[in-house]
Design a protein around this ligand. Sequence first.
Ligand code: GDP
Ligand code: IMO
Ligand code: MG
Length: 440
Amino acid sequence: MSNLLVIGTQWGDEGKGKIVDFLAPAFEIIARYQGGHNAGHTVYLAGKKIVLHLIPSGILHPDKICVIGNGLVVSPQAFFKEINDLKALGVEVNEKRLVVSRAAQVIMPYHSLVEKINEALRGQKMIGTTCRGIGPCYEDKAARWGIRVADLLEPEILKEKIEDNLAAKNKIFEAFGYAPLKAEPIFEEYRELGEKLAPFVRDVSVFLHEQIKAGKSILFEGAQGALLDIDHGTYPYVTSSNSTAGGVCTGLGLSPKQVHSVLGIAKAYTTRVGSGPFPTELKDETGALIARKGDEFGATTGRPRRCGWFDAVAVRYACRVNGVDLMALTKPDVLEGLKEIKACFAYRYKGSRLTEFPAEPWILEKIEPEYRTFPVWSKSIHRLRNLEELPLGFLDYLHWLEDTLEIKVALISTGVDREDIICLKEEMQKILGERASWLF
Ligand code: GDP
Ligand code: IMO
Ligand code: MG
């Protein structure tokens, strides 16, 4: 038995969905532990693009069970929409292969209104959220106002909780000029959604412990990225959950001893959606070219992603916080066609060199990256599938990354398809053990 965590080491959109879909054959269960439908994980099935938001990216493998843990904030509407979209594509999704935690928080209609007010109040300092009600739902969880999946199944409790919430929230809505929300229609809608959701609902911690006891293995799918983590990210420009490794235990009811290894995912450059510091951002034609070539538009909101060079200081930090064992590098093919490639290895701040990622956003705003420059490799690596085919120029860049991060790259993604990947099988075997046999 060997459980693996797949985690983004930048500001999200590193290609986690693709890597989880690729690795799923080695596991019985794929489990999400945080976030909600703010995530947008792209996978391709028979050439068709599918973007998953709430349901784990293992769902395209018909023999796998997917789990939504207590650490998530669940929009029941988004949940059923995603199931219907998958069914329309011929992917069978039912309660036998999709499990939702009783203790997950539920996103309610008032959360998006709270988010709208919060973002407007911030003005220029807005977070630039995905507007899915994620932050306000986690706020209610921490403030102990939250409505959980189990509450949806108990009409009397649900009714009371909606009324209590509205008694408090309507005061705010009215103060900001919005009409107060009525409890009855919300109660009716969510009671019905609860009935529909009931077959999927379980005690996820009990379920996972039983599966582990039976010798099954779990692939944990991180959403967002380490730098968007509420504690370890570029606070306050972060999401509202622990996307880092610690979130696995609290978000699924597991012990740290049940996370056996960690695979960090990094793009060969950096992107960020929304506001916040971004030391290696390129606001010039090169940034625009990377965005065009990499098709860098948000998988959830369609917003253009900000683009910049690879930042080894930031990724090294993410690797330390998450205990990354091996790396997967995605989208290096996008860098082809540039005049040169740069990667940041240190920051300069007030005359001194920083090699650790600072926690203060005002420092991150002012630091100057120090770059190493690489020539672009001589031949295209797009869609290559064998290590032997990689040009020397790319290998130079790759080995520099490995030396700087002090971590081996075990997977190199070279295109959007499941098969567009180079796998260093012996390295993967180190973390997957006999479960790597499907690779050979
Ligand atoms: P996630 O949120 O981490 O799952 O990543 P997203 O799906 O939001 O964004 C990654 C984008 O890059 C998707 O459109 C993928 O199809 C695409 N992608 C993933 N790996 C590669 C790659 O190696 N090369 C190219 N060109 N595109 C890739
Ligand atoms: P995946 O899983 C990239 C960003 C938003 C915003 C901040 C807070 O696809 O990598 P929120 O709605 O979570 O309160 O927004 O976090 N953000 C993401 N950026 N990829 C994501 O998910 C993101 N999920 C949230 O743009 O800056
Ligand atoms: Mg994404």
